[in-house]
Design a protein around this ligand. Sequence first.
Ligand SMILES: [Zn+2]
Length: 490
Amino acid sequence: MTRTQSILALLCFSAAACWLPPAARAQPRPAAALVNLYFPQIADGDFAGGRWQTALTLVNPNEEAVSATLRLFDDNGGGLRVDFGSGLGSQFDVTVPARGSLSVATAPSSLPVRSGWARVYADGPLLGSASFRLWLGGKAVQEVTAPSALPGLAYVSYANRDLGVAVANPNNRQLRVDAKLRLANGAELPSSRIVLPPFGHTAFNVKDRFPAATAQDSVLTLEAVDPPVDEFIAWTMNTDASGTFSSLPAGTVVPPYPHWDRLWNAFLRVGRVALSNDLLRTLPEFRILDGQEANAYAAGGKEIVVYLGLAELLGDSESDLAFVVAHELGHIVQQRTGIQLFHENEEFDADMWGALLALEAGYDPYGAAGALAKLAMATGSAGLMSQFEQQLSADAHKSFNTRLEEVYHFLVMVCNVNDETRAACRDYKRIMHPHLPDVPLSLPGLEKSGYRAPDLGKLREAVRRERAMRGAEPMQPPPDRSHPVPAGIR
Ligand SMILES: [Zn+2]
């Protein structure tokens, strides 16, 4: 069997799922689709002459159904009980069908108006929005919709004295945020401190906290008092004396990025690819640690550990992050099956898995180069990393440089399988890197670099054995964000 035929077999080794680059599968991956969705405002209940109603809408762009857990919190951080049509509750498990959507709206409950916030943790990326509908005299008269948010350390919004503001605390510790208002004439009003209990929430109009605020165009800034602990979610609603209201652009300031949420996003996206291609029967435990280290490793076929410091090193690129997480999933495949499919060096082999899984999950394959280059920098004279995975620092630096030189080789290997994958990679390049020069697709020096034709029969047999040993377990959404060192998702 030639190498080309072997890789073709790899790319299509399960009848149900063909390993083709995303362009070939045309699966839509909206940038705003995330596995962790936060809704800074929920309003539900009756007032004299009217009622507020909240609807949450989830859209699933994936080819498979997505399971999600929805939790609602009140101002004090307790459960906010609402009726989505099946009785009062503050936690709901829902399934969003493949390429489908799901909308839940609060039913009339005769309870007085209460507000709070909500979060959705899902086992696949979803698009989420919250709609607030005002009923007067039994008639729906106005509605405004807000997209889901991610936590941040600062928020900027248009403001006037009537602006509606919601702030929520997604952490299991007290939150402190300072609200600052700059008036149209440039004057800064004395700041107002917001203190929220764990999982707490508040909603107010600007004039409640800033009596000197005017109807003129102003700017509201919310700032964490003690970063990075005081991460919060916020939302503002434009309104004025007329009583009408409208949405405003999301004002969360980045950087810094919410790395906890982005790591889970990358893990579950590449994890879904490994599961749907029958490489793994269950995902390993995924742990995020917050010690002062830039490190990641996979252990015993059971767990992947990533330090927040590594996510910060890779910075604003989720594609870099996805390559590292997929590389660790490659080690999990090695550890569970005892097989290195592409290369006798376990790091080169895991890099190949990293590129393949990240590519099919819809990430930029050049993220491999970004990640390895930053790791090479950090293990060099910068000395940011004393150890990465099981390697010693001196070897690690040399190893990262060597692996970096191989990135182009293994991307060529993935793309140069047959006419179909060549066409898919060309499409992908047209979309992702249209202004980079064209390069001939060839296989320079792959054998010299130790890459080999993968033995698929052996891998299939090993995966079957591993699956028989572990049995079936359902995929889980991320654990509660409040625990930076979670006990594990199962
Ligand atoms: Zn590794």
